[in-house]
Design a protein around this ligand. Structure first.
Ligand SMILES: [Zn+2]
Length: 125
C-alpha cells in the first residue's frame, strides 16, 4: 500500500502528492518536509497557543471566567475539549476537597493532626 493512498493533508484533509523531499497539498498549498526520512506533518502551533500575552495585559480587568475564556481561545481545539478544560478548572474546589479527603484517608492521618502540602497548587495533592 502506498502512503499517498492513506495520507491526507492535516490542514485541509485533501490528498497529498509525494515529492523527493516533501509532501505537497494542491488544495491549500501546504508543504510537509521529509527530513532524514521522517515525514513531518506537523502544522504551525500558532493557533494552538493560548492567548497568554493578552490575558496578562487584561488580568486585573477580567473575572476568572473571562480570563479562562480568553486563555482557551483556540480555533483548533474541539469544543468538547475546551469544555473539559473549563470544567476541570471551574470545579477546582470540589476536586481539591475530594482529593484531600482521599489523601487523608489513604495516609491514615489521625483526626486533628496537621499536614503540610508544599508547592502543590491548590493543595489537592
Ligand atoms: Zn491542504
Amino acid at each position: 500500500m502506498k502512503l499517498s493512498s492513506i495520507l491526507i493533508c492535516p490542514k485541509c484533509s485533501s490528498n497529498l502528492t509525494k515529492h523527493l523531499n516533501h509532501w505537497h497539498c494542491e488544495n491549500c498549498q501546504k508543504t510537509y518536509p521529509i527530513i532524514h526520512g521522517i515525514h513531518d506533518f506537523r502544522c504551525s502551533p500558532k493557533n494552538l497557543e493560548p492567548n497568554i500575552a493578552e490575558a496578562i495585559q487584561k488580568f486585573h480587568q477580567l473575572t476568572y471566567q473571562e480570563l479562562l475564556d480568553l486563555v482557551l481561545i483556540s480555533k483548533r481545539l474541539p469544543k468538547r475539549i475546551n469544555q473539559k478544560i473549563k470544567d476541570y478548572y471551574s470545579k477546582e474546589i470540589e476536586r481539591t476537597e475530594t482529593m484531600a479527603a482521599t489523601f487523608i484517608q489513604d495516609a491514615k492521618i489521625p483526626n486533628g493532626r496537621s499536614v503540610l502540602d508544599l508547592g502543590c497548587g491548590s493543595g489537592s495533592s
